[in-house]
Write a protein that binds this ligand. Sequence first.
Ligand code: ADP
Ligand code: MG
Length: 240
Amino acid sequence: MIIFHEVNKHYGKFHVLQNINLHIKQGEVVVIIGPSGSGKSTLVRCINRLETISSGELIVDNVKVHDKKTDINKLRRNIGMVFQHFHLYPHKTVLQNITLAPIKVLGIAKEEAERTAMYYLEKVGIPDKANSYPSSLSGGQQQRVAIARGLAMKPKIMLFDEPTSALDPETIGEVLDVMKKLAKEGMTMVVVTHEMGFAREVADRIVFIDQGKILEVSTPEEFFSNPKEERAKNFLNRIL
Ligand code: ADP
Ligand code: MG
């Protein structure tokens, strides 16, 4: 579903991603971990071309992301993204936030878009908030709306970049639970997170990245019990 082949990315002279090779299969949940500034966000943002790669090949759902001729809007329709900060429209209700793109981008009729939105609001556990405004919701509830909004586009891939880092501790679990459910249902997911419990339980594979390089790709069992790389060991010692 996602193929990085010898991908490099520079910000000016800074070599932020260095010879990245990674294959992610349909239905796989890959958790990306690594120190702050190691290139995790950049890696994930390349997948829907929020960042462009400098060299190499990046193929997502059989589409060449690196090819300038690629219709990027078509590609992005298949990829949902959830950020640390929720980016909800403050002056729109929860339902309006979720139906906006399906109506505007996919051309779906309002009634159908609203039915779909309610289905996903049920799924994330807050159908009662459909007519609320984001500011009246907790951080965890807002993030669940952001997830529902991504799902309403019926994407093939969901990207998560530290989705719980901005949340109060007591609402982190409710967001992770929704993500676990999605993973069980077979969604292809790429997740940047510092939640090691989630990584251990949900990931099919862990990718450890440091200073722009993938240093280790392992199953959670291998990675947490016997990390091969010294830098991965140090990282785990710091955060566990
Ligand atoms: P992470 O998500 O692992 O914390 P990032 O991918 O955000 O790391 O950033 C990796 C490195 O690239 C950092 O050193 C950061 O300062 C730098 N960086 C990120 N975005 C830009 C940018 N738009 N221009 C220049 N440097 C950037
Ligand atoms: Mg980041």
